[in-house]
Design a protein around this ligand. Structure first.
Ligand code: UTP
Length: 297
């Protein structure tokens, strides 16, 4: 079957980066296992994928693989202990994590770049469109961000990237697109056809204020494009370079998604997400709000 006419069933989670911005926490464990309130970052991403109708999750791991596997595995000892203490709700919560999705793991032995990490999943993905989720980008939204991209993919039969408007003084931290608006009454002023992408441009060279963030739906010809490119910035096989290569033959769309994105792979972004997510929680929010009000800021 043509990869365009298939449902998006799989999501690749590259989780083999070095996480240098979050040292020393990431010295021996992956940043995807950092905990936002009481859940590791990667679980937020897996839940977003599942809530977007995706059941097959492929995690590309480097160091600290076992902590991720253990997290999504059944923990009999813990479940039995919780059962014996009559902590039924906790037991249900722990069991539910192992039943969230069908998860496979593949190793990226060296952190050779995001494009290389995605390519490691080639055999597990096969000839179908798939989502890519960078789980240090946490997104709070009404409709899961991946679902928003899947909807565009299903309508246009093409790859689509999540875009966000970024102020000029921060734009050089991102991949930035040159794009033209696409008229779409279901997505007013939000859909673009991408014409070019520039990785981390100087503010004055940025082609727009639209940055690529960590959610993509890609057609499977991205794998051939990764194979066709040379290492780029930082000597890494860049996903941006592979997408630019793919764009020569296939259109790529960009969606200014509905929702708020937090850069939880960065210490300040992680703190902001922690505060806002804690305030939203019914069990923690009220007392946490009181606590914050009492601080001499
Ligand atoms: P980042 O650009 O955030 O890099 O990677 P990083 O190494 O994880 O973190 P810093 O910048 O050093 O602090 C974006 C995503 O791509 C994955 C990372 O795990 C992260 O989810 N990645 C990156 C890989 O899986 N392999 C790589 O070779 C590079």
């Amino acid at each position: 079957m043509d990869s365009m006419s298939q449902k998006v069933r799989k999501a690749v989670f590259p989780a083999a980066g070095l996480g240098t911005r979050f040292l020393p926490a990431t010295k021996a464990s992956p940043k995807e296992m950092l905990c936002l309130v009481d859940k590791p970052l990667i679980q937020y991403g897996v839940e977003e994928a599942v809530n977007s109708g995706i059941q097959n999750v492929i995690i590309v791991t480097g160091r600290g693989k076992s902590s991720m596997e253990d997290h999504f595995d059944v923990s009999y000892e813990l479940e039995q202990l919780l059962a014996s203490k009559k902590k039924t709700e906790m037991r249900r919560l722990v069991r539910a994590i192992s039943e969230l999705a069908e998860i496979s793991y593949i190793r990226q032995k060296e952190a050779l770049g995001l494009g290389h990490a995605v390519h490691r999943a080639k055999d597990l993905v096969g000839n179908e469109s798939f989502a890519v989720v960078l789980s240090d980008d946490i997104i709070a939204s009404k409709t899961p961000c991946i679902q928003q991209l899947v909807d565009v993919h299903d309508t246009y039969g093409a790859s689509v990237l999540a875009l966000m408007e970024v102020p000029k003084d921060q734009i050089s931290a991102y991949g930035v697109v040159e794009a033209e608006p696409v008229e779409d009454s279901a997505r007013p002023d939000s859909l673009f056809r991408i014409r070019n992408m520039v990785e981390k441009p100087k503010a004055e060279d940025a082609p727009s204020n639209l940055a690529i963030i960590g959610r993509y739906v890609l057609t499977s010809d991205i794998f051939a494009s990764v194979e066709s490119i040379e290492p780029g910035a930082g000597g890494e096989i860049q996903l941006t370079d592979a997408m630019k290569h793919m764009m020569q033959n296939r259109p790529i769309y960009g969606l200014k998604f509905e929702g708020k994105r937090y850069d939880a792979g960065d210490k300040a972004g992680f703190l902001k997400a922690t505060v806002e997510f804690a305030l939203e929680r019914q069990d923690l929010g009220p007392q946490f709000r009181e606590y914050l009000k009492g601080l001499a800021l």
